[in-house]
Design a protein around this ligand. Structure first.
Ligand code: MN
Length: 291
């Protein structure tokens, strides 16, 4: 099943080019703040699934609605660095996800498939696209073995791990700007995706193909990443794991459009716009030096 959020927190099931509004059956209040009803829906999905699947809600063309981040307020966004060897080589990183483990991105950096990426006003810094498969956790879980890990996965989405480049500044800050974690266009449930290590991932900037790989090339596979994260922290329904980006990362600027597509999961196109501000004592250093 493809489960989407749209038009101000409504819940929809996507079938082909049509979205069916299942908000009521799903027990979600679109006006609730914080917007965490989707986390409860994910937690209770196995009991709600049949009624959601058969719900006779309003059908609309998918192009007529505004799709939103499927999980707008995850408890956490876990992210793995250097999880493809060729990306490690291009970054000259000298480490991999296996030896380094994961980091966190701000949950508030999550944005939706209809929201532009707002590039901060850091004119001497590059902002890079990192196209990634997102794992959406489905259960409260701790200390999962690799064998148990996939049972805790609810589904998958496309994710962009946007990054201000510069190893001199803390990674968490460089990756946590608002709109730096576009997520969507919906969650495709795990049963519909099957084996997460056999998915083709592609990313274009405008019409130019910049990244292409199969998830079989991951250094840590999905079960290993879920298991590692759960060894440290309790995982909660709706937690997001960014699984690392393949080679081909590069700079984007105002006016670019990033398209990411993952086999069986989905495809979304996100424009980049130049914003105001976003500099600070740590990140304005180069700008200041240039004046
Ligand atoms: Mn990344």
């Amino acid at each position: 099943m493809k489960l989407a959020r749209f038009n101000g927190g409504r819940i929809g099931v996507v079938r082909g080019d049509t979205i069916t509004d299942v908000t009521e059956v799903a027990g979600v209040d679109p006006a609730a703040w914080p917007p965490i009803d989707i986390l409860k829906l994910i937690k209770d999905f196995s009991t709600l699934r049949d009624s959601i699947e058969s719900a006779k809600g309003t059908n609309s063309p998918i192009t007529s609605v505004k799709l939103e981040a499927p999980v707008p307020w995850p408890n956490k966004v876990i992210a793995y660095p250097v999880n493809y060897h060729e990306h490690g080589a291009e970054m000259k990183s000298g480490y991999t996800a296996t030896s380094r483990g994961f980091f966190l991105k701000s949950s508030s950096s999550v944005s939706g498939p209809s929201d532009p990426i707002v590039r901060p006003e850091l004119l001497s810094r590059e902002v890079h696209h990192e196209g990634e498969l997102a794992v959406i956790i489905g259960k409260t879980a701790r200390h999962l073995t690799r064998e148990e890990a996939l049972d805790a996965v609810f589904g998958y989405s496309c994710l962009l791990d946007m990054t201000v480049r510069g190893m001199d500044v803390e990674r968490v800050m460089r990756k946590s700007y608002d709109t730096f974690t576009p997520l969507g266009p919906w969650i495709t449930t795990a049963d519909e995706v099957g084996d997460p290590s056999k998915l083709e991932l592609k990313l274009w900037v405008n019409d130019k193909l910049r990244q292409q790989t199969s998830t079989k090339n991951m250094i840590l596979d999905v079960p290993e990443m879920v298991s590692m994260a759960s060894s440290v922290m309790t995982l909660y329904p709706g937690d997001v794991i960014a699984t690392g980006t393949p080679a081909g990362v590069g700079s984007v600027v105002d006016g670019d459009v990033i398209t990411v597509e993952i086999e069986k999961v989905g495809r979304m196109s996100i424009p980049v716009v130049q914003g105001k501000g976003g500099y600070n004592l740590a990140l304005a250093r180069e700008e200041t030096n240039k004046k």
